[in-house]
Design a protein around this ligand. Structure first.
Ligand SMILES: Cc1cc2nc3c(=O)[nH]c(=O)nc-3n(C[C@H](O)[C@H](O)[C@H](O)COP(=O)(O)OP(=O)(O)OC[C@H]3O[C@@H](n4cnc5c(N)ncnc54)[C@H](O)[C@@H]3O)c2cc1C
Length: 228
């Protein structure tokens, strides 16, 4: 294991040549990409100390902790409103914050149908101590006491190596894998975890890593004539 960043991985005949940020170079027969995603945090003052503690991006990871608590859905335009609608499945007290942007009339009707209030004023900052959100401060209007905030501002791939290796990618840069084999379609290139964007959970990343490991081992066995 090397704690460095792979900056370049390119096909070279039957193998791949790689270059790392610490200057190491080499060749590999197979490549397993597990480079993950980077969440795009909302541009809101004092969000960073709360991120991962009371400000979250994933309902499947953290939603259950907020049942019965007051929460906010943050996102510009319809994105935050759509997140707020989904959050209703977990939590009863949800307020959508669209941070100075408009929500379409159609989505606005859906918010009303489900009893979800909208605060459209620009968000100034989040207030909280020891990682616990206490309130949202707007540039105008009253503060909003909240115990948690979920955001819908997106994420991007941590690395573009899947692109340079020729993997098919979706519109967000995630590697598209075969639903049956899990393969990338590029011989010798395997992916695991958030590099492919199916379900973004630790358990799935671990399982995909194990599957890729087995697939790589079988490919070596076939190469060496040890199995069909
Ligand atoms: C705040 C937060 C909370 C979460 N909570 C949960 C939860 O409660 N339950 C759950 O199941 N999931 C949770 N997740 C999601 C979970 O962390 C991911 O789905 C999982 O970690 C994906 O694993 P991965 O190996 O694909 O990517 P990562 O865990 O992101 O690991 C990728 C690694 O690759 C490295 N890397 C990137 N580019 C390169 C490169 N070019 N060369 C070398 N290394 C590189 C990165 O530095 C990183 O160390 C959470 C995520 C976040 C951000």
């Amino acid at each position: 294991m090397r704690g460095t960043r792979a900056t370049e991985v390119v096909p070279a005949g039957e193998e791949f040549r790689f270059v790392c940020a610490d200057g190491m170079t080499g060749a590999a027969s197979k490549i397993l990409l597990a480079t993950g995603l980077v969440d795009e945090l909302p541009d809101v003052e004092r969000i960073e100390p709360l991120y991962g503690l009371s400000v979250h991006h994933c309902l499947y990871c953290d939603g259950f902790e907020y049942a019965g608590k007051p929460v906010a859905a943050y996102g510009k335009g319809d994105k935050g409103a759509e997140l707020g609608l989904v959050m209703k499945h977990w939590m009863s007290d949800v307020v959508v914050c669209s941070d100075g942007t408009e929500v379409s009339s159609q989505t606005m009707r859906r918010l009303e149908q489900h009893g979800i209030p909208l605060r459209s004023e620009p968000v100034q900052s989040l207030q909280g101590t020891n990682g616990e959100l206490s309130k949202i401060v707007f540039r105008s209007g009253p503060e909003l006491p909240r115990a948690g905030l979920f955001f819908a501002t997106g994420c991007h791939q941590a690395s573009d190596l899947s692109k340079s290796l020729g993997c098919k990618r979706d519109e967000k840069g995630g590697a598209v894998t075969d639903p049956v084999t899990g393969g990338t379609g590029v011989p010798g290139v395997y992916v695991a975890g958030d590099v492919s964007r199916d379900v973004l959970l630790v358990a799935v990343a671990i399982a995909e890593g194990a599957e890729a490991g087995v697939a790589i081992n079988k490919a070596f066995l076939r190469r060496d004539g040890l199995c069909e």
